[in-house]
Design a binder for this molecule. Structure first.
Ligand SMILES: *[C@@H]1O[C@H](CO)[C@@H](O)[C@H](O)[C@H]1NC(C)=O
Ligand SMILES: *[C@@H]1O[C@H](CO)[C@@H](O)[C@H](O)[C@H]1NC(C)=O
Ligand SMILES: *[C@@H]1O[C@H](CO)[C@@H](O)[C@H](O)[C@H]1NC(C)=O
Ligand SMILES: *[C@@H]1O[C@H](CO)[C@@H](O)[C@H](O)[C@H]1NC(C)=O
Ligand SMILES: *[C@@H]1O[C@H](CO)[C@@H](O)[C@H](O)[C@H]1NC(C)=O
Length: 386
């Protein structure tokens, strides 16, 4: 660099002599000198900066380079972005694809991130949810502890307002008929969609005529501290129990394995996975349990009793009144709703919770007619604590 500056000084002298001889030619020469000076100065500066980069900059730039490259050319791809629940519940997977995806289970038991386990409330409905205002009140203030899924008849298009907890919680649905296999398929569809959210740990199946009998704090505590899942499962002697068994189901399902129980269940993630991944019992129940064998009262109950009997409480959490007789349980309307009645259904039974006797046996109840909503809203805070 020094030598180049020296060369400039040398060339200056002959130029200077020419400057004296002609005034006209001197101007462009001076311009050339100026330009030359700038070129050489510029060259000097660039060489200097190249050296600076080589000696100081390289160590300084090296660590940041890979991340710069990454942020320019690759999408940010953290674990967080892989496990985040889908932003929309609408998807174009068919049932085969959905059940396959939902059957994926992490093999490492410890989560490498903070996971707050949630309750998935799964509503299996025909159309509207008349008890919506009661549920809204039940969920209020408990964000992060629950998620909601609604399966309704495909012909129904819901119109929940954007402030509702049910807004955009509909999953792609198909026809579901009472006592038919497509009812169990709808339940599997609900479970599969809910399993896609890795934070869902407990799965509650409800209908449009169900109401909650305790506040969400109580429900959360009850489910999270239970050693067992609440699938109703019993061996009933007689035409409506064992009478529905078909011997073509043997040897995978024998009469001694045959169980009956309420359709309305609460199960944990382990059992939810068992149900969505089942290809063993599904064809047997589809082919040999048709009305008057009501498959939603036998399929999961029998299958889980064979596979994981030690995880079942064998009772349901959903109160229902069969005392009036007939094929359908009692429906409660406006006239039935009194404080005494609600106290009766919340405390009159005895059952086991983690092998200890308790009177808190039911967290939900059915069936309630739309006319029951108003008196229920009035009594909810006093009787149910929400
Ligand atoms: C779902 O799609 C896959 C791939 O196209 C196909 O193999 C499968 O049979 C489909 N299942 C149903 C139930 O339509
Ligand atoms: C939804 O539609 C029903 C009638 O179809 C109407 O009574 C109800 O007010 C609507 N709800 C909302 C939130 O728009
Ligand atoms: C049903 O009975 C057969 C013959 O006794 C036995 O091999 C099979 O394991 C039984 N199935 C179940 C699920 O217990
Ligand atoms: C539920 O029933 C199964 C057999 O049907 C039994 O093994 C299990 O211990 C029962 N659960 C409880 C909590 O008693
Ligand atoms: C939930 O209900 C219980 C019993 O009724 C009550 O003690 C508790 O304060 C309620 N919790 C909330 C958050 O309202």
């Amino acid at each position: 660099m020094q030598s180049r500056v020296g060369a400039l000084e040398e060339s200056k002298d002959p130029g200077g002599s020419i400057l004296k001889t002609s005034h006209v030619r001197a101007l462009p020469l001076r311009l050339i000198q100026f330009l030359l000076m700038f070129v050489v100065l510029g060259l000097g500066v660039s060489i200097l900066s190249m050296h600076t980069i080589r000696y100081f900059g390289v160590q300084h730039l090296a660590p940041t380079e890979p991340s710069d490259v990454r942020s320019c050319f690759v999408e940010p791809n953290t674990l967080e972005s892989w496990i985040r629940p889908p932003s929309s519940l609408l998807h174009s997977m068919n049932d085969t694809e959905l059940l396959w995806l939902a059957s994926c289970v992490p093999q490492v038991k410890e989560y490498p991130f903070k996971r707050t386990p949630k309750i998935a409330f799964m509503f299996l409905t025909k159309g509207p949810l008349p008890m919506e205002p009661l549920w809204e009140r039940f969920f209020k203030g408990h964000e992060g502890l629950y998620s909601i899924y609604v399966h309704s008849l495909p012909s129904y298009s819901p119109n929940f307002s954007s402030s509702s907890v049910f807004y955009k919680r509909q999953i792609p649905s198909k026809l579901a008929e009472w006592g038919e296999m497509n009812m169990c398929e709808a339940e599997r569809r609900l479970l599969a969609n809910a399993l896609l959210d890795i934070s869902n740990e407990w799965f509650v199946l409800l209908s449009e005529s169900c109401i909650p009998l305790s506040n969400l704090s109580i429900v959360y505590h009850y489910l999270s501290k239970s050693r067992y899942s609440f699938m109703g499962s019993f061996d009933e002697i007689g035409p409506y129990g064992r009478g529905r068994y078909n011997e073509h189901m043997a040897p995978l399902v024998n009469l001694s394995n045959w169980r009956k129980g309420s359709q309305w269940f609460e199960i944990n993630r382990i059992l939810a996975h068992k149900i969505v991944q089942d290809t063993t019992y599904y064809p047997i129940f589809r082919d040999f349990c048709k009305p008057a064998c009501y498959v939603d009262e036998h399929y999961f109950q029998t299958m889980l009793t064979i596979e994981t009997p030690h995880l079942l409480a064998n009772r349901t959490l959903t109160y229902v009144d069969w005392s009036r007789g007939g094929a359908h349980p009692a429906t409660f309307g406006k006239g039935d709703i009194t404080e005494e009645f609600l106290k009766k259904i919340t405390t009159s039974e005895n059952c086991l919770y983690n092998n200890q006797p308790t009177t808190l046996c039911f967290l939900f109840a059915r069936k309630f007619a739309p006319s029951a909503l108003e008196p229920l809203l009035e009594l909810a805070s006093k009787v149910f604590g929400y």
